[in-house]
Ligand binder design. Structure first.
Ligand code: ZN
Length: 84
């Protein structure tokens, strides 16, 4: 629907987040224009935060990295350290 010419790879906006504490997996739709830094697990109620070097919870615990990262960008330059 909303295709743009610069994107070579189609952006996957859906990701399955797996909680590192209890293993609960939840299918989520990612916001395409912002990062989700916190995520509350529906299984154990733990508040998940990105691992060091990751910009959002989807990059750390999701089956897909967040849309900006899929496009080869970094979404939150203030939150992510250098990982290269
Ligand atoms: Zn959990």
């Amino acid at each position: 629907m909303n295709q743009r010419s610069y994107a070579v790879t189609p952006i996957v906006a859906e990701s399955t987040l797996t909680c590192p504490y209890c293993g609960h997996a939840e299918h989520e739709t990612m916001p395409v224009d912002t990062c989700q830094y916190f995520y509350k697990c529906a299984g154990c109620g733990e508040l998940l935060r990105p691992k060091a070097g990751d910009c959002c919870v989807f990059c750390s615990y999701g089956s897909q990295p967040c849309p900006p990262v899929q496009q080869g960008q970094r979404c939150a330059d203030d939150a992510a350290g250098d990982r290269a």
